[in-house]
Design a protein around this ligand. Structure first.
Ligand code: GUN
Ligand code: FE
Length: 417
């Protein structure tokens, strides 16, 4: 059935600027956009229109890096740097997800909160628990948002209570791939936690599994100085090359979180292999990791998306991450000069909608041929008539929150929160 929504449509066609269609119509059928127009084509004049009036219609947000098992810990332990924070809080939090009733409650809230904040797709690290990961799949499916969910592989350099036998982990990951990979919205992703907690044997087998089933890959890369030195002492090579050696660096679609301390060789490899770096600015600040050279990397041809990295990050709202990415790039410009220019608003918005949505399919723009994933923003603010649609979007991203989101569409369907 053909359906229509009407409102002030705004999205990024390129990172450089916004496309705006004031009082425009989005015509869609079976979740796919047929046309986006200023005037409604005659042939659709009998169709029912959902008129959102003066409200904004914007793409959804896509969080390309987030840890479901850390949700209870969100906002805790923020005085510690990465490796101490993992040891003191994080592994303990994730261990609790072995308990099915604990995991169910946590993941139900996590999935619903993502949706509430307008995140229509998330790429998630679950934990080393198979049962917990199954529950996370179920909760995503119940909520109706898109997901790539990874059961985490860890075999060493972490407490006994969290690591798992490699044969067991491989078997469970393969069974999750088989169970979910025909699912339209929620799928598996190969997830070594980070190079230090894997062995070469583990990485090799994960690479083979990714190739066998054409499954995407995610991990952490070049996040903190201490961690980067640790990887070099363990593997005697740079961090990206460790993953690359085992088919985990772009052989299938690949996301690497952080990329704060990239060598020139790693930058070239990342670009050549089409690996997406996921910038997680809140986390980089909280864990005192460092400042990513976001603009410089983009100018060198690397593709960048955005992530909360919750609980390294402390909020699920991607608007906050967009703002923080821009702010951090400005601090870097102040510190290092114009070789690192600030990110613009449209660039950061593009990262969270078009690059993020692109990982899930033809998603992130409001134009014909794309899936209709969008948010309806009710920005009933003082003197909004003074401002352009683009300014109103800026106001939402900088000062808004979940209360401004009136409706959430995934593939043309309104989801309930
Ligand atoms: N590196 C390895 N594990 C983690 C994690 O859970 N969070 C972050 N931010 N970095 C990591
Ligand atoms: Fe992370």
């Amino acid at each position: 059935m053909v359906e229509i929504i009407k409102g002030n449509i705004i999205f990024t066609e390129t990172p450089d600027n916004f496309e705006v269609i004031e009082n425009g119509y989005i015509v869609y059928e079976d979740g796919i956009i047929l046309s986006v127009t200023k005037l409604l084509p005659e042939k659709y004049s009998d169709c029912k229109i959902h008129d959102y009036g003066n409200r904004l219609i914007i793409p959804g947000f896509y969080d390309l890096h987030v840890h479901s098992g850390q949700y209870s810990q969100c906002g805790v332990g923020m005085d510690l740097p990465l490796l101490q924070w993992l040891k003191k809080y994080t592994y303990e939090s994730e261990k609790r997800c072995e308990n099915p009733s604990y995991a169910r409650r946590l993941y139900e809230k996590f999935s619903q909160d993502l949706l509430r904040y307008g995140t229509l797709g998330a790429v998630v690290f679950s934990t080393t628990s198979y049962e917990g990961t199954e529950i996370l799949f179920e909760e995503f499916l119940r909520t109706g948002i898109r997901g790539y969910i990874g059961m985490v592989e860890m075999e060493r350099n972490a407490p006994e209570f969290i690591i798992k036998d490699l044969d067991y982990t491989m078997e469970m990951i393969e069974s999750l791939i088989n169970e979910y990979n025909d699912n339209r919205l929620v799928k598996s992703i190969i997830t070594p936690r980070f190079a230090p907690t894997s062995t070469k044997e583990g990485l090799r087998r994960l690479g083979e599994l990714a190739k066998k089933y054409s499954v995407p890959v995610q991990s952490h890369l070049d996040e903190s100085q201490e961690e980067v030195e640790w990887v070099r002492s363990l593997y005697k090579k740079d961090y990206a090359s460790v993953y690359d050696e085992f088919g985990l660096y772009g052989d299938t679609p690949t996301l690497m979180a952080h990329g704060v301390y990239m060598t020139d060789e790693e930058i070239d490899l990342t670009k050549d292999n089409g690996v997406i770096l996921v910038h997680c600015p809140d986390s980089n600040i909280n864990l005192s990791s460092g400042i990513m050279h976001s603009k410089e990397l983009i100018e060198k041809g690397v593709r960048l998306g955005l992530g909360t990295d919750m609980a390294g990050g402390h909020k699920l709202f991607m608007g906050e991450v967009i703002v923080r990415a821009i702010q951090l790039s400005k601090l870097l410009t102040l510190q290092e000069g114009m070789s690192n220019k600030p990110l613009t608003f449209s660039e950061a918005f593009y990262m969270s909608t078009v690059v993020g949505g692109g990982f899930f399919g033809k998603i992130g723009k409001l134009k014909s041929g794309y899936e209709l994933d969008c948010l309806i923003i009710d920005d009933d603010q003082l003197y909004r008539e003074i401002y352009s649609i683009e300014d109103r979007l800026s106001k939402f991203i900088y000062t808004g929150d979940d209360r401004w989101i009136l409706d959430r569409y995934v593939s043309g369907k309104i989801l309930n929160v």
